[in-house]
Design a protein around this ligand. Structure first.
Ligand code: MN
Length: 327
């Protein structure tokens, strides 16, 4: 876990300094999740320009979707290894079942952190109570020392932290004097931030972290750089504060991610993270042959997801740009 930095003096009355090149802006690509009516998500991580922010290695943003139009979410039992998943909702409800035997409901403002470790499987289905489905699916890469840890599932409801100009819900790590009690395997930050109309949030941040801001709504400027909804603004390590301005007359909402640059090269394929192509082949074989590595999801009405075919080429590790190299 990261320590809480003492909050420096508030720069009251000053406008944010504009560092036009301080923030890298990445756009999302639309990815169909599959299924008969194909719910679509906006994926900002990973992409060619960036694999990770800290250990955050996957970010899908979806909705608000009318589930009578999209069919909602129905993801049959599937495996994970080498990573954790975070489901973070703004609206709607998802029923989670996993191979530990957990049957949980993912609800807005509640952290559901699933640790795949060596292997887990789960299903995710939006419930009949859901009319609008809206939220994020995030993954965290596990470091080498812990990537084979035991499967686990944790639930935590963060409080709402009032801020000048908005509020925060800190689901992992520390921000604005609040610290999530949920332990992480590398220092991480994850928080939902609401910004009032025409207001600016000023946040002290850990300068060894890189940070990403995913905009859900609003006309948000991250340290002076405008971001559109669904875009990801990235800041290299070295910043001690972030300013988030909502230049619209309606409330804005963003999710802030952070962590020190993840130093290991990872191989990502389907729902697996390893270090080598052979790690991926072993995980895929274990799933396809029904080994107990991933366990069983009980009481899911339907078949589990088959793994896709492996590519013919060796799956190459993903590299991240050296932090700060773009300045
Ligand atoms: Mn999953």
């Amino acid at each position: 876990m990261s320590h809480v930095e003492p909050r420096p003096a508030e720069p009251a009355g000053t406008t944010p300094r504009l560092h036009g090149r301080e923030i890298e802006v990445l756009s999302a690509r639309e990815v169909p999740l599959g299924g008969p009516r194909a719910m679509t998500v906006r994926r900002t991580l990973p992409q060619r320009a960036r694999t990770l922010i800290g250990a955050w290695c996957f970010a899908d943003h979806y909705g608000p979707d009318d589930v009578t139009v999209t069919g909602g979410m129905r993801v049959a039992p599937h495996p994970h290894t080498g990573l954790q998943t975070v489901s973070w909702l703004f609206s709607g409800e998802i029923e989670h079942r996993d191979s530990i035997g957990n049957h949980a409901f993912v609800r807005p403002g509640e952290l559901n952190l699933m640790t795949g470790g060596f292997g887990i499987s789960h299903s995710e289905v939006s419930t009949g109570r859901t009319t609008l489905l809206h939220g994020l699916q995030l993954w965290v890469a596990l470091p080498e020392a812990h990537r084979h840890t035991a499967r686990n599932f944790q639930h935590h409801v963060p409080g709402t932290v009032p801020l000048e100009g908005g509020e925060a819900r800190v689901f992992l790590g520390s921000l604005a004097g609040d610290t999530s009690p949920v332990p992480t395997f590398t220092p991480l930050l994850g928080a939902e931030l609401s910004i009032e109309p025409d207001a600016t949030l000023w946040l002290a941040v850990d300068e060894v972290f890189e940070h990403g801001v995913i905009v859900d709504s609003g006309a948000v400027h991250m340290n002076g750089t405008p971001l559109r909804p669904a875009e990801l603004g990235c800041a290299a390590p070295g910043l001690t504060s972030l300013t988030l301005t909502n230049a619209s007359s309606r409330p804005a909402r963003v999710v802030l991610l952070g962590g020190p640059p993840f130093q290991e090269e990872i191989v990502m394929w389907w729902n697996f993270i390893g270090r080598t192509h052979d790690d991926i082949v072993r995980a895929r074989d274990a799933w396809e042959y029904g080994s107990d590595r991933f366990g069983q999801v009980e009481e899911y009405d339907g078949n589990r997801l088959p793994a896709p075919a492996l590519p013919h080429a060796t799956i190459a590790p993903r590299r991240n740009p050296v932090p700060g190299s773009r300045t």
